[in-house]
Design a protein around this ligand. Sequence first.
Ligand SMILES: NC(=O)c1ccc[n+]([C@@H]2O[C@H](COP(=O)([O-])OP(=O)(O)OC[C@H]3O[C@@H](n4cnc5c(N)ncnc54)[C@H](OP(=O)(O)O)[C@@H]3O)[C@@H](O)[C@H]2O)c1
Length: 257
Amino acid sequence: MKNNFTDFSGRHYFVTGASSGIGKETAQLLASFGAKVTLTGRNEEKLQKVKENLRGKNHAYYVKDLSEPADDIPQWLKSITKEEGGFDGLVHCAGFNRIRTLVSVKQNSLEEMMQVHFYSASMLVKAFSSSSNNTGNNNSIVLAGSAAALMGSKGQTAYASAKGALISASRVWAMELAPKKIRVNVASFGFIETEMIDDFKNTYPEETVKAIEKRHPLGFGNVHDAANVIVFLLSEASSFVTGQNIVADGGLTINDL
Ligand SMILES: NC(=O)c1ccc[n+]([C@@H]2O[C@H](COP(=O)([O-])OP(=O)(O)OC[C@H]3O[C@@H](n4cnc5c(N)ncnc54)[C@H](OP(=O)(O)O)[C@@H]3O)[C@@H](O)[C@H]2O)c1
């Protein structure tokens, strides 16, 4: 049998965090392979620009702040499906990082992190799994995780926990959704050069940034490195992969130094 793993024509993907960084690059890669992409983020101007620059027609965007309570997400996705058609896959890239050591951790900062990364993901996965919102054909969900969930990096209580919750829940979701032939995986990244890392570089001294880069045997990654992994997990090339945490971190978590 001949497979063309980069042919996504006739397929439709929902991407959160699509206005920037890894989500934006994933949308661009999917569109370049012939898919229709429905984008979401908070910044309408950026979403409009991303949409305009995507290859092909019929792409769409919807503005939403995922830091708000997530209970309305199933209704929201249903209304989008009505306009745009059912989805072959879901990519949850919306996220942010805020470094806070334990002494300055507060319940509301933990909740905000869980809200955007985990509660939203839970409601999006729930909504996607409804047969009225998916196509029932090689459906795949990819959640952006982080190497931070696998390490003990200082100041990452909220972020590491939220990403850890995603990894744990994705296994449950993979089991519950396997009968529907929906695969669920996490792609956990090391440092990828995006606006998130620009913020980090603007906050910390150059030596700190250099030391962290040195801990990545392959150096920092770029958005293409990350999007390639996500698109692989959406494609038929990964048709037997579910419930996994695929780590793409340039060797960060195997570095024994
Ligand atoms: N870059 C890295 O080194 C790295 C490493 C490991 C994991 N990750 C994960 O990869 C994902 C993408 O990160 P990135 O580096 O591409 O970051 P980025 O360039 O800063 O993009 C973040 C995206 O998330 C959206 N977003 C943030 N808060 C949101 C909210 N409350 N509601 C809706 N959308 C929101 C942003 O939308 P607006 O700008 O429109 O608000 C933007 O599109 C995140 O989950 C991040 O944790 C990144």
